[in-house]
Design a protein around this ligand. Structure first.
Ligand code: SAH
Length: 350
C-alpha cells in the first residue's frame, strides 16, 4: 500500500483554486479543469482521484502522479446513550484527534479540534496533558466537519446546523488554518454554512482577538473565562500570567467596537476555587465591560478530585447575581460523558 509510505507528493488541498487552474494550464490543459477538480475536492469531499468520474483516465493519472489527498479517517466512532457521537480521527501522519457531534431537539452541533494536543496548560482539561504535537491543516479541520455532517444526516436525519471550536487545541494559536477552514465551510463551494452558526472558543489570547476584529471575521467569539480574578485565573489557567485580565478586557472591548458581536463567556464553578461572593462580584463586574452572555458549564471530572463541581447553591448564587444585572446566563449540562466526549475530556484514550 502506497498510503503508508512517506509521501513526497504535494497535498492537493493545500492549493488554491487559482493554483489548480494554473497547474492544468501548465500541463497544456484548460484552466476550467482546475474548477472541476476543486469542486470534487471541496464541494463533493472526494477522497480519491479515482472517484472523480467526469475526468478522463489520463487526467486522473496525471493528478495521481503529482498529488495526494491527505484526508482524515474516522478510526473509531462511539455513540453515547444521549445521542452524542465521538469520532477518533486519524490524520495522514498517524496522529489522532477527536471531534464530537452533539444533538439537541432543534440543532446538531459539531465540536471540532484545531490542534493535536494543546500548548496551554489549563489544570482542569484532559487535552492539556497531551502537550501540543502540531497544528491541524485547514483540510483536516474541514474533514472533521464533513464527517460529522454525514453522521448527522445518517443518525439524526438532518444536516449539521452549528460548529464550535471547542475540541482539542487552542484555535487562536492556529489562527490562519482555522480561518482558512472556516472560509471553506462557509463558502458556497464548500458547505455553505452561515458564519453566525460557527463559534470559535478561546482561552483568551488578546493579540489574536484584536487581529480577528481587524480581519472583520463574521463568526461568533466565546472566551473561556472561569475566573475574573487574576490570582485565581492564573492558578487554574497558568498562561493568564502572560495574558492578564486587563489585556483580555481591552481586547474584548476592541472586538466589540469593531464587530458589534456579543461575546459568550464560558465558566465552570468549582468548589473552593471560584464559588465565593468575591468571585461572583468579579464576574458581574467583568460582564459590564462588553455586551455578553454567560454559559455556566458543568464540570467533567478528569482527575482524582483536585477540581470538583461546586454545589448547586453556588451555581444558583451566580445565576441570581448575573440576572439581577440583566446578564443572560445559561446552564449547560454536559453531554456524552459516558464516552469521554464532554468538554475537556478529549484526550485520545484509545
Ligand atoms: N482552547 C479553547 C477550546 C477548547 S476547550 C478554549 O479554551 O476555549 C473548550 C471548553 O471546555 C473551554 O471553555 C474549556 O475551558 C472547557 N473545559 C475544559 N476542560 C473542562 C472540563 N474538564 N469540564 C468542563 N469544561 C471544560
Amino acid at each position: 500500500m502506497t498510503e503508508n509510505k512517506p509521501n513526497k507528493k504535494k497535498d492537493i488541498r493545500a492549493l488554491t483554486k487559482e493554483q489548480l487552474r494554473d497547474f492544468f494550464v501548465e500541463q497544456g490543459d484548460k484552466a476550467f479543469r482546475g474548477n472541476q477538480v476543486y469542486e470534487w475536492l471541496w464541494g463533493k469531499g472526494a477522497h480519491s482521484f479515482e472517484g472523480m468520474t467526469n475526468l478522463s483516465k489520463a487526467t486522473r493519472t496525471l493528478l495521481e502522479t503529482h498529488f495526494v489527498i491527505n484526508h482524515i479517517r474516522v478510526d473509531q466512532m462511539q455513540r453515547s446513550a444521549d445521542g452524542t457521537i465521538k469520532n477518533a480521527v486519524r490524520l495522514h501522519d498517524g496522529l489522532v484527534v477527536e471531534s464530537v457531534l452533539i444533538p439537541t431537539a432543534t440543532r446538531t452541533t459539531a465540536c471540532v479540534s484545531s490542534q493535536v494536543g494543546c500548548s496551554l496548560n489549563c489544570k482542569f482539561c484532559a487535552t492539556a496533558r497531551l502537550k501540543r504535537m502540531r497544528n491541524l491543516n485547514p483540510d483536516e479541520i474541514y474533514d472533521q466537519v464533513v464527517a460529522i455532517d454525514n453522521e448527522s444526516r445518517l443518525y439524526h436525519n438532518h444536516p449539521l446546523s452549528n460548529i464550535v471550536f471547542m475540541g482539542m487545541g487552542e484555535p487562536l494559536m492556529n489562527y490562519n488554518n482555522v480561518t482558512k477552514a472556516i472560509a471553506m465551510i462557509t463558502s458556497p463551494e464548500g458547505l455553505g454554512m452561515s458564519p453566525k452558526r460557527i463559534t470559535v472558543s478561546t482561552s483568551g489570547v488578546p493579540k489574536m482577538i484584536k487581529k480577528m476584529a481587524d480581519d472583520a471575521v463574521r463568526f461568533q467569539l466565546a472566551v473561556s473565562l472561569h475566573s475574573a480574578i487574576d490570582e485565581v485565573r492564573t492558578k487554574i489557567m497558568p498562561f493568564n500570567e502572560n495574558f492578564p485580565l486587563a489585556d483580555l478586557k481591552e481586547s474584548l472591548q476592541y472586538w466589540y467596537a469593531k464587530t458589534q458581536s456579543r461575546i459568550t463567556y464560558e465558566y465552570v464553578v468549582w468548589k473552593g476555587i471560584n464559588d465565593k461572593k468575591k468571585d461572583i462580584d468579579a464576574l458581574v463586574k467583568f460582564c459590564m465591560y462588553v455586551p455578553c452572555k454567560v454559559n455556566l458549564i458543568e464540570y467533567n471530572p478528569i482527575d482524582d478530585g483536585e477540581f470538583q463541581q461546586a454545589s448547586s447553591e453556588s451555581v444558583t448564587n451566580y445565576i441570581n447575581a448575573l440576572e439581577k444585572r440583566n446578564i443572560v446566563v445559561n446552564v449547560r449540562r454536559s453531554r456524552g460523558k459516558d464516552i469521554d466526549a464532554a468538554c475537556g475530556q478529549l484526550a485520545n484514550k484509545t
